[in-house]
Design a protein around this ligand. Structure first.
Ligand SMILES: *Cc1c(COP(=O)(O)O)cnc(C)c1O
Length: 346
């Protein structure tokens, strides 16, 4: 069993965290004169909410909703200003700058590398295998005493597949295994979020930016054992998720039926799009997708990209990381139809 405490930077272990006004008084009171807020709200939000008070620094109401939906307890949930905040915090908790390293498995989400560079963590690259699976042996072989984090994205962006070998790493890897499940709601794969108490070295990242349609609100989630959640909470800025964003998330999480319908629609459209692309003679391969996008290898990615751009349709050219591959997000039925009709003219 990995000793998590030993992986944490000494300055974080010794940190005396900021104590906010709302940490020091948590109950209900008649008059609040403790946080230097304006007693009057000059304007209100679209839902007529007053905006003069600081939001709940621990997002308790939101966490209760999430706990219900995800089947985990609230003490195993961290809410960040996007998953990107959680990624950055993990570096700051575990990686001593210019000393420690992390393993990433390209081609994958670009933020792991950027965040490593921002935090002066050395990067060890262990590429995915030819069929986009984890190279378990090489990961275990390349880890060393200074390896603190391993980033696994499943379903993976931009390849779209779920990684099937993750469990084999647990207990064998010496550091924290970060499993980014941004696309899990589109996947047939089981989440690791419910297993964080069995696997204390695992941190699961999810987001409300994709299937929940809340990218504008920047609500990212981390699921982990309560020790890691505590460190995340100590290192985060006290009021990291705004009142407006917490409220939007709380309201949207009630729309479970609409959410499921929406996911179903995207999955139906993903299948339709994949079939349509198979018919184009310039398509070399439509990769299987467990996410809300398709990775497609074509004869010339730049030509397709430019042609669609000229027609007002923007896709992602991934040629720089996967030769002649494009990544296309599944849109509405009308958008997808327009995409295919346009491509018939290519
Ligand atoms: C979109 C995406 C996220 C989401 O990031 P947020 O900051 O929560 O919007 C995280 N990880 C991956 C792999 C993604 O593709």
């Amino acid at each position: 069993m990995v000793n998590i405490q030993k992986l944490v930077r000494p300055n974080i272990l010794n940190l005396k965290a900021y104590s906010s006004a709302r940490d020091e008084f948590k109950g209900e009171a008649k008059i609040y004169l403790d946080a230097n807020e304006n007693p009057i709200s000059l304007s209100k939000s679209v839902n007529e909410v007053e905006l003069n008070r600081y939001p709940d620094p621990h997002q308790n109401q939101l966490k209760e909703k999430l706990a219900n939906i995800k089947g985990v307890s609230a003490e195993n949930i961290f809410v960040g200003n996007g998953s990107d905040e959680a990624i950055d915090l993990l570096f700051r908790i575990f990686c001593e700058p210019n000393v420690d390293n992390v393993i990433i498995c390209p081609p994958t989400y670009g933020m792991y590398e950027v965040s490593a560079n921002i935090n002066s963590a050395q990067i060890i690259e262990v590429p995915l295998t030819i069929d986009f699976e984890l190279d378990i042996e090489k990961i275990l072989d390349r880890q060393n005493q200074k390896t603190k984090l391993l980033f696994i994205c499943s379903p993976n962006n931009p390849t779209g597949n779920s990684l099937s070998q993750i469990e084999k790493l647990i207990d064998k890897f010496n550091g924290i295994i970060v499993i980014d499940e941004a696309y899990i709601d589109f996947s047939t794969q089981q989440s690791f979020a419910q297993k964080v108490n069995d696997y204390p070295q695992v941190v699961v990242l999810q987001t409300l930016s994709k299937a929940w349609g809340l990218a504008a609100t920047r609500v990212g989630l981390a699921f982990a054992n309560d020790k890691i959640i505590n460190w995340l909470n100590q290192v985060k800025p006290p009021y990291n998720v705004s009142l407006l964003n917490q409220q939007a998330a709380i309201e949207t999480l009630d729309l479970k039926d609409a959410f499921e319908q929406q996911v179903h629609l995207i999955l139906t459209q993903r299948t339709w799009l994949a079939e349509q692309f198979q018919n184009f003679k310039w398509v070399k391969k439509v990769y299987p997708s467990d996410a809300n996008f398709l990775l497609i290898q074509v004869e010339n990615a730049q030509d397709i990209y430019q042609f669609l751009l000229n027609n007002g349709i923007i896709i992602r050219n991934r040629h720089s990381i996967l030769p002649n591959c494009i990544r296309i997000t599944v849109g509405t039925k009308q958008e997808n139809l327009k995409l295919i009709d346009t491509l018939k003219l290519f």
